[in-house]
Write a protein that binds this ligand. Structure first.
Ligand code: ATP
Ligand code: MG
Length: 244
């Protein structure tokens, strides 16, 4: 436990829709939690980023509706300008535990019963139905995401934030300067520019060390413990191009 503990918070589309942003910021403020902002950004969540973020739930019955929810397609259908989340890195001793406690249980109905006053007590639960109208599960609109462990926080902060989104004095994870170009197009990595490709990194750019090592392995066709999508999802955020 240190003053450099960090956690990722996402203010989800239902919180934005219901104007609960200020309430969540107040509840998590330094005065109440002792935690400080290390980074914040408005993110139009691509399905690639959403699927990477919630990869542990891939294949579960509620997965498609969870992706629809976090990408803003439920609360801001046909309003792409409103399909966004606010991503924040909070920093300070016990950051993960403190934010999880204030957030409360995953299921808003359980949150209301077990922990009235927690943020998720203001959430809602909706039935999911298949094409035949049969109930197949629940969608939990629970207003906020909070990392569940220090390991999860590291994975998620690196997935949502580039090092330069966070002041260098607040970096909790190692960074490296890239010495080469990396471009991305149609699910493939390239070290040379191809028309319509996106430049992920150029020589001199700062990247998370683990991302850079992953990119180098992938470029050399070596096995990498991190997938290409998990690395590049954040570089495609707010790119204003069709999803690639
Ligand atoms: P989050 O990761 O969003 O902070 P959490 O850590 O409390 O939530 P997870 O188990 O990581 O819970 O689930 C991620 C999200 O998936 C939840 O926020 C919820 O919206 C959804 N979810 C989880 N379990 C279920 C379930 N059994 N039925 C429906 N939705 C679920
Ligand atoms: Mg979780």
């Amino acid at each position: 436990m240190s003053n450099f503990d960090q956690t990722l918070v996402l203010i989800k589309p239902d919180a934005l829709k219901n104007s609960l942003t200020g309430y969540i910021f107040s509840t998590l403020s330094e005065f109440h939690t002792g935690l400080r902002f290390a980074g914040a950004k408005i993110v139009h969540v691509t399905s690639m980023l959403a699927e990477e973020h919630y990869s542990e739930h891939h294949g579960k019955p509620f997965f498609p509706s969870l992706i629809e929810y976090v990408t803003g397609q439920i609360h801001f259908k046909n309003e792409p300008e409103n399909q966004r989340v606010i991503a924040i890195v909070y920093m300070g001793r016990n950051a993960v535990k403190k934010v999880r406690e204030i957030s409360g249980p995953t299921n808003p109905e359980k949150a209301r019963e077990e922990k009235p006053g927690c943020i998720r007590a203001l959430g809602t639960v909706h039935l999911i139905k298949n094409e035949k109208g049969e109930i197949t599960g629940d969608r939990m609109d629970n207003l906020i995401h909070a990392s569940a462990s220090d390991e999860e926080a590291e994975r998620e902060i690196k997935m949502w934030f580039k090092p330069n989104d966070i002041p260098p004095s607040m970096h909790a994870y190692e960074t490296r300067q890239s010495e080469q170009h990396f471009y991305y197009k149609n699910g493939k990595l390239s070290e040379n520019y191809l028309p319509q490709s996106v430049c992920i990194l150029a020589p001199g750019d700062i990247a998370w060390k683990s991302d850079l090592e992953g990119l180098q392995k992938i470029a050399n066709n070596q096995p990498s413990s991190i997938t290409l999508q998990a690395i590049i999802a954040k570089y495609l955020v707010n790119e204003n191009r069709n999803e690639m």
